[in-house]
Design a protein around this ligand. Sequence first.
Ligand SMILES: Cc1cc2nc3c(=O)[nH]c(=O)nc-3n(C[C@H](O)[C@H](O)[C@H](O)COP(=O)(O)OP(=O)(O)OC[C@H]3O[C@@H](n4cnc5c(N)ncnc54)[C@H](O)[C@@H]3O)c2cc1C
Length: 417
Amino acid sequence: MRLYPEPAREIPVYAEKDVVVAGGGPAGVCAAIAAARCGADTLLIERFAYPGGTATASLMGNINGYRNQKKPDATQTVKGIAAEIIYALREIDGLGVSPYEQEEYDMDKGELSYSYAVDTEKLKLVLLRMLLDAGVQMLLHTMAVDVIMDNGNLKGVIVENKSGRQAILGKAIVDASGDADIAAKAGAPFWQVIKDEAPRMSDNLMYKVCCPNATDSDKLHAVKIGKTAIVWGPGGIVMNGCDATELSAAEVKVRQQVYDHFESVKAKIPAFKDAFIVETAPMIGIRQTRFIEGEYKLTADDAINGARFDDVIAISSCPIIHFYGYRRYLEHEGYDIPYRCLLPRQVENLVVVGRSISSEQQPYESHRAMAPVMAIGQAGGVSAALAAESGISPRKLDVREIQETLIYQGAELRMEI
Ligand SMILES: Cc1cc2nc3c(=O)[nH]c(=O)nc-3n(C[C@H](O)[C@H](O)[C@H](O)COP(=O)(O)OP(=O)(O)OC[C@H]3O[C@@H](n4cnc5c(N)ncnc54)[C@H](O)[C@@H]3O)c2cc1C
């Protein structure tokens, strides 16, 4: 490859914050809200025009994982901000019919079921309101493209947007890019399955249809909201979601397949007879890219045996959906996610949240569901706020302090403080 020597230059410092969150997906939004609720001056950077990440920009309007989908499911393993989002959506008639078989729990009694179909437009509104209420400053239409390092300490990020290239400084940084973009740029070790050399989940384009004659009782494998449904669309693509050329080629391919795909779906589902496509997701849904190598790496045994850890900061009870070739339900009420999985090796002042935390493939396929991802995000936000306040790296925090704050914020950790 030819190289071009980009000249060094001075760039404006856009902001100096306590906590900077890069990425406004389900994890990043919860991280930013949690940090701001701790009193941290917090900035959320997001490449799209709205928050929500895969849930909105890839139309993945089905939030799974508030408790085990099958028995034993007596414990609601995700509460906190992730639960507040569902209640806020209910207030504005933003919930639909989840395609997943499940026991229905009573929201009026404060209990959530495994899965909720959500109106992706109303989700954008709810997330914006919650971010604003918490006092989070947002910088949308902005990519975090590089890092500011000082001797292994992350001091901030470089961003690019319509205003040009700018620096943003933070006392603590949360990488919520889903792709561990910040951790990778900072030199933290990570692993990734780029081609199909090892089992991994593939990528799909979701699309929304209007189905005027469908009723709530129709059995559709689709996310049903009123007279619309979101369909799992073409894809099954295995590519490197961090490579612009491969991403671009994948978009070109799946977008040409959408109408043929829908014809084959229509042929199988009578309720879709008069349905038509109203929208494709702005971006193909990317299920997995980089995973950091953290202070601890969750193992398949941890997930299958329901491991408990002293430094628990979130819980996942979701099935492992792909690795074993079938949907492997957990035979317990969730495994703990330890704080150490959020701490990348070799880089200070950085917490990684969301789908790219330190994990083997199998547990990832459980805790990548959006409810546990949001619980992990909330924990990362609390940790960053506490680190910024005390002026120490997140790695050096007393985890009891994080746990106490999470419980105070309504999170479920299955422990007494
Ligand atoms: C096709 C598909 C189907 C799925 N089905 C389900 C399901 O039914 N139920 C369920 O619960 N989960 C499902 N998931 C999984 C779930 O959506 C993801 O695991 C979850 O969204 C991950 O959240 P996240 O916040 O870690 O990352 P993401 O959702 O990927 O969000 C990352 C955010 O960071 C932003 N970003 C990335 N890089 C940068 C950067 N450098 N600078 C600034 N911003 C950046 C992105 O724009 C995005 O907003 C599905 C995923 C896919 C792709």
